[in-house]
Design a protein around this ligand. Structure first.
Ligand SMILES: Nc1ncnc2c1ncn2[C@@H]1O[C@H](COP(=O)(O)OP(=O)(O)OP(=O)(O)O)[C@@H](O)[C@H]1O
Length: 631
């Protein structure tokens, strides 16, 4: 079987060094503005015609501006200098008409630019979010959730500033530069050339600012990510924070990241402000040069006052677009920091590929539920430790299989392989005799229902939380499933019943009640294979017993694989597999395994006397008749 050995950046064993303050890996291979642009430009597909319209608007707006300056010169030289009021109306009317036309195209261009930019953000966010959801569990173990959230929000917008607003701004600045420079050259090419010497100075200065700004932006983006990560982690663990009086520690943790953000923000502002003021001084120098030269030319009779004012206006107009071109360079530089962070997500590869339509099973059909592992060897990407070794077993349709063993034996890893979050290095996992890597992922996962240790709750109503097991389910279906899961009574007792909104961490429901909601969801889903990962973890014996009856109903007629340390659950399994250090060391029924005096018997013995006594064992024995029986 195929193994994905071509590890991407995020999978490498050798991790890049981390920034000591932001805890974010430092990139050693920064990407260029052009490369960032090329990677994200394809996302503008579909809006390129609007970009052309925006460019046209920019051309027309610059043209309108140029014409108004020429009309202003005409007015000065005719109506103002001669004192002939009748010469005022025509150029004034033309000026107004051109100004209105310029305002209309300006409005159109700006609105379209914002619309296009927002659509780009939407698409990019959807792309990154979509890709994120295909990534394997170990990607999320290595990246802090809050930092990923920041990438999806702040970094996405930074890239928009490069790709859409960037080129729109560049086009508008470029057309402005061409028109105003052209008009200045036409008016007085010699004077114009004399003032243009500032341009190379401007370019050199902009280049000099780009590198330090890029470094400071990268640290700023990383600090934003670190702040979001700390807030997110603190909110998720708020109970622990309060119980351990860690509020001050959490505040300090946030403050250290916020101070870094402050330092980088101040440094960035200082850099850009210094740049701005430097350009202001250059501009003033330029205007003074024009006035000096112009006064000399007027006194020699080679220039009219109107021409001088128009010329000065063109040069004055010329600087903002040149300056914004320079600023765009800085914005683009800052955006590459965001691009690097997003590409770390987009370049991370899913650990499995979906064969999609080339499935060897009828896509709509329901599997029979035979699950098999054949000589499976597996280690996690980026780790050389073999977690599963030569593992083979078969679970027949309808069979109840319990997988147990010491912590770290590889039980949850086996579940991850059955659901194909990973492919084995060698060996095969099969459903109904077909290797799982030959069937589409939706088909495979539709046929296996996972009930994980921590009940997965959507921030939604109970109705939706159960109903998402089968999207076309009616309220009656939901209620039937809830009754079968022994959840109906407590749901009905809630003031808002099935419309009660629940969410992870803030739910009003107990662990056992949440489990029963998850069981109802699984009932609706009605998959032939059921994978239960520690279904009784976190529940006391009474609550555990209470969910066993609905679990038993759920398991009926399905292949059920229960991963558990709770050997009370193992008693009625058709077969128990005992894993140790990734190997299958024992297999048999509860009675057979106890008789062998091997690892299972030892684990059972140890778990039966957790408090220097036999309380658990006697409770277990007495509990058996009431609810521990699966069948
Ligand atoms: N993402 C990962 N990357 C590298 N190693 C991992 C990863 N996840 C788990 N492991 C390692 O794989 C081994 C098996 O872990 P697994 O969670 O499957 O054990 P388990 O039997 O389910 O343990 P427990 O009963 O405590 O849940 C452990 O040594 C663990 O450290």
């Amino acid at each position: 079987m195929r193994f994905h050995s071509s590890l991407k950046r995020s999978d490498r064993t050798e991790e890049p060094p981390e920034d000591p303050v932001t805890d974010v890996p430092i990139r050693t291979d920064p990407i260029s503005i052009l490369a960032s642009f090329r990677r994200f430009w394809p996302l503008t597909r579909g809006d390129r015609r609007w970009l052309i319209v925006i460019f046209l608007c920019a051309v027309l707006a610059a043209l309108a501006e140029t014409i108004t300056v020429l009309l202003f010169a005409k007015l000065t030289d005719t109506a103002l200098q001669s004192g002939d009021v009748s010469a005022f109306w025509k150029p004034a009317g033309q000026w107004l008409a051109v100004a209105v036309a310029g305002a209309v195209v300006g409005y159109l261009g700006s609105s379209l630019a914002v619309w296009t930019a927002e659509r780009f953000v939407l698409r990019l966010r959807a792309r990154v979010f979509g890709h994120l959801q295909t990534l394997p569990p170990h990607f999320f173990q290595r990246n802090r959730r809050g930092d990923l959230v920041e990438r999806l929000t702040g970094d996405v917008e930074a890239i928009e500033a490069l790709v859409v607003s960037g080129i729109v701004g560049a086009a508008s600045a470029l057309f402005g530069t061409i028109f105003y420079a052209g008009a200045a050259l036409l008016l007085r090419w010699d004077l114009a050339l004399a003032t243009f010497v500032m341009v190379p100075v401007l370019l050199v200065v902009t280049r000099g600012f780009a590198k330090p700004l890029r470094a400071v932006s990268r640290r700023g983006r990383a600090a934003d990510g670190a702040i979001t990560a700390v807030v997110e982690e603190t909110l998720v663990n708020v109970v622990m924070t309060q119980a351990y009086n860690r509020q001050k520690d959490e505040e300090d943790r946030l403050s250290s990241k916020a101070r870094l953000r402050l330092r980088t923000a101040v440094k960035a502002v200082r850099l850009t402000e210094f740049y701005e003021q430097f350009i202001e001084v250059l501009e003033t120098l330029c205007v003074l040069t024009i006035i000096g030269l112009g006064a000399w030319e007027i006194s020699a009779g080679r220039m009219t006052l109107g021409q001088l004012l128009a010329f000065a206006a063109f040069i004055g107009y010329l600087y903002p677009p040149i300056r914004s071109l320079g600023q765009l360079g800085l914005t683009a530089t800052a955006a590459t920091a965001g691009a690097e962070r997003l590409l770390e997500i987009l370049d991370a590869e899913p650990s499995v590929t979906d064969p999609g339509d080339s499935v060897p099973v009828p896509e709509r059909s329901r599997a029979l539920g035979e699950v098999e592992a054949r000589q499976v060897f597996f280690h996690y990407p980026g780790s050389s430790e073999m977690v599963l070794r030569d593992l083979s077993f078969t679970a027949s349709p309808g069979e109840l299989l319990v997988i147990t063993g010491p912590s770290g034996a590889g039980k949850s890893t086996l579940a991850a392989l059955l659901l194909r979050f990973y492919d084995p290095e060698t060996g095969t996992v099969l459903l109904d005799g077909v290797s799982v890597d030959r069937m589409s992922l939706p088909y495979l996962r539709r046929n296996i229902t996972l009930l994980p240790q921590d009940t997965l709750v959507l921030h939604d109503t109970i109705e939706e939380n159960i109903g998402c097991g089968r999207p076309d389910a009616s309220h009656d279906d939901v209620e039937r499933a809830a009754r079968a899961a022994d959840a109906h009574a407590f749901i009905e007792a809630l003031p808002e019943g099935y419309d009660t909104v629940i969410s992870t961490g803030t739910s009003r429901l107990s662990g056992g009640q949440l489990q029963r909601i998850a069981i109802a969801r699984a009932m609706l889903r009605d998959a032939p294979v059921l994978l239960l990962d520690e279904p009784t973890t976190g529940l006391d014996r009474l609550a555990a017993e209470r969910i066993l009856e609905p679990l038993r109903r759920l398991a009926r007629g399905r292949t059920t694989i229960v991963i558990t340390h709770d050997l009370a659950l193992a008693a009625d399994a058709d077969r128990i597999l005992v894993l140790d250090e990734g190997r299958l060391v024992e297999s048999g029924t509860h009675t057979q395994l106890l008789g062998r005096s091997g690892l299972y018997a030892t684990l059972f013995e140890r778990r039966s006397r957790p408090h220097n006594g036999t309380a658990y064992e006697s409770a277990y024995k007495s509990a058996r008749p009431s609810g521990i029986h699966w069948r």
